[in-house]
Design a protein around this ligand. Structure first.
Ligand code: ASP
Length: 438
């Protein structure tokens, strides 16, 4: 029988009521036999995610402070979910173990991963399913890279049966058994790796929205839903700043051509968004916009010197000085007597003025100046950067709104473009791009 891998995010497992919905969804389709879960998330705006409480427990313990009052919140949370689901207090010994390990100086991965670990135990019990530890399945080659062959092998060996299994997301282990976390939101990656190894029919990502929207609804009123998007477009949207799905989770399933479906635990009848290679979908007309996104928090480093363009490898040298100071070069525009690097403001703040001086010396520059703050805003769609009217209409709309543009990037891909605007006009720029690409 084919397999659907179903990953449930923090809001889908935040309390007993949500976990009951998860159980109904899993039972509704016998192909849903591999369930990956996040740690319980927020139940309300003011609430805390279990992962955040664990991070603070670890930080307090590492600083020699009392973490127990914080840990008590974790105990209460799991105990109340277990009680509401009619389960006993079997998690007590595991909670004791976690508390003892924090007191004993366990590293952050070992501590912070326990939110998923405890949650998966609890959900497995409620479903009458088998708990399988992610440490047995997801194998890291080092702290950032996955050992793909070992992971594929372990997943196929361990999950070869037909029963339902529940697996904690967000972590795996090194060959010596040491637990290793992914970056935040990393349960998406866990499920993607498992789906790839199993050659799953589909990877469902259950969350609290009925699929992706073509813009941030806090900025654009009632943005169009996205019914279908390609893997590539999704990555471009994430790069622009759309906070949808962990961008590192796309590659494993995309390589295996497994569709990702973003669905809503609170509205399981809704088809949500399908993410595919696009090969089987109806071709969309050139210029069709999929989504608009952006981010604030950028600054410019403007370097001036006559004949600056004569320096070979200018972007490389600029990028390496910035990189050495912990600043990532996001974009670079070059002219005859000047160059503009677009970087993150926070990284530039952290590096201090020393890095500007270093650039000045390196290029014998006439001046090196910080500019901005900027927001980067862009759009993604079918041949969006190729159809001349699209960018033309956006620029005309900006001109009408007297919205200055500080940088434009287009031509790096057929499907998207980026512009930099004043940070305080971010929202206006988003909806101007949205309206102009409608
Ligand atoms: N619980 C983790 C986080 O809050 C991982 C995840 O949810 O995917 O980032």
């Amino acid at each position: 029988m084919s397999t659907v891998v179903s990953k449930f995010g923090g809001s889908s497992v935040a309390n007993a009521e949500q976990i009951r919905k998860v159980a109904a969804i899993v039972r509704d389709d016998p192909r849903r036999r591999v369930v990956v879960v996040s740690a319980p998330g927020k139940r309300s705006k003011e609430d805390e995610k279990i992962t955040d409480i664990l991070i603070s427990c670890h930080a307090r313990a590492a600083a020699g402070k009392d973490f127990r009052p914080r840990f008590a919140l974790i105990r209460e949370r799991y105990a109340s979910i277990a009680a509401d689901l009619g389960l006993g207090n079997d998690l007590e010994p595991v909670l004791d173990e976690v508390e003892a390990s924090i007191a004993g100086g366990a590293d952050d991965s070992a501590v912070v991963s326990r939110g998923e670990y405890l949650g998966a135990h609890l959900i497995a019990r409620f479903l009458g399913a088998e708990f399988v530890d992610a440490a047995e399945l997801i194998r890291f080659a080092n702290s950032t890279a996955i050992d793909d062959a070992a992971t594929d092998h372990a997943v196929r060996e361990r999950l070869g049966g037909n029963g339902v299994v529940v697996i904690p997301g967000f972590y795996g282990a090194h060959a010596d058994g040491r637990v290793q976390l992914f970056s935040r939101g990393g349960s998406d990656i866990s499920a993607s790796l498992i789906a790839r190894a199993l050659g799953a029919e589909r990877y469902e990502n259950w969350t609290d929205v009925s699929g992706l929207l073509s813009a941030d609804p806090r900025v654009v009123t009632d943005p169009d839903p996205i019914a279908e998007v390609t893997y590539h477009e999704l990555r471009e949207l994430a790069y622009l700043g759309a906070n949808v799905f962990h961008d590192e989770a796309v590659a494993p399933v995309a390589d295996a051509n497994i569709p990702i479906q973003i669905r809503n635990t609170n509205e399981p009848g809704h088809p949500g968004t399908m993410i595919t290679s696009g090969a089987s979908a109806e071709p969309r007309p050139a210029g069709t916009r999929t989504g608009v996104a952006g981010k604030t928090g950028f600054a410019g480093v403007l370097v001036k010197r006559s004949m600056l363009s004569k320096i070979s490898d200018l972007p490389g040298q600029l990028g390496s000085v910035l990189g050495g100071a912990g600043i990532r070069l996001h974009h670079c525009a070059l002219g005859s007597d000047s160059a503009l690097a677009i970087v993150e403001s926070a990284a530039l703040d952290a590096a201090g003025v020393g890095v500007l001086k270093e650039i000045e010396t390196l290029f014998s520059a006439h001046s090196v100046e910080r500019t901005g703050p900027y927001a980067l805003v862009g759009a993604v769609g079918t041949d969006l950067a190729v159809v001349p009217e699209v960018l033309g209409t956006v620029l005309t709309a900006f001109a009408a709104a007297k919205l200055p543009i500080h940088f434009v990037s287009s031509g790096y891909s057929r499907s998207s473009f980026i512009v930099a605007v004043d940070e305080d006009r971010y929202q206006e720029a988003i909806w101007q791009v949205y309206a102009a690409t409608a």
